[in-house]
Structures are given as C-alpha cells and as structure tokens.
Design a protein around this ligand. Structure first.
Ligand SMILES: [Zn+2]
Length: 70
C-alpha cells in the first residue's frame, strides 16, 4: 500500500465551497506537497474561483491507495 501526496486548489472564500476537481500537482511525499502548496499560495496572481471569483488557495493532502479498488 502506498500513499499519494497531492496539491489541490480550493476557493479561499469562507462562503464558497468550490474545490478544483483535478489535482494541481502530485508529489513524492507530504513535505514536498506542502511546500509546493505554500509556493503556489505566494503567487501574486492566483487563479480565481470560477464559482464566485475569489482567489483560489492551495493545500496539500495525502491519498491512501486502496489496492482492492484498482
Ligand atoms: Zn468561490
């Protein structure tokens, strides 16, 4: 069993729950995913939410592979 570490984008507005469906980046470990998310969050021009227009934010998360599903 192996874990995947991913960076995802979500809306930074508290009243909007938009999360980008596709992963922004897949990383080899959580530290890498976390630091990449921080780099993305420091970009001057962030993508805007297609739902409400607020800036998107990035976060790292891990996905546990479930072998019985593949
Ligand atoms: Zn939004």
């Amino acid at each position: 069993m192996s874990n995947k570490y991913k960076v995802r984008a979500y809306c930074s507005s508290r009243v909007c729950e938009y999360v980008h469906k596709e992963d922004v980046m897949i990383a080899i470990n959580y530290e890498t995913a976390y630091s990449l998310a921080q780099v993305y969050n420091e970009f001057e021009s962030k993508p805007s939410c297609p739902s409400c227009g607020e800036a998107m934010a990035f976060y790292a998360h891990s996905v546990i592979e479930e072998p019985w599903l593949t």
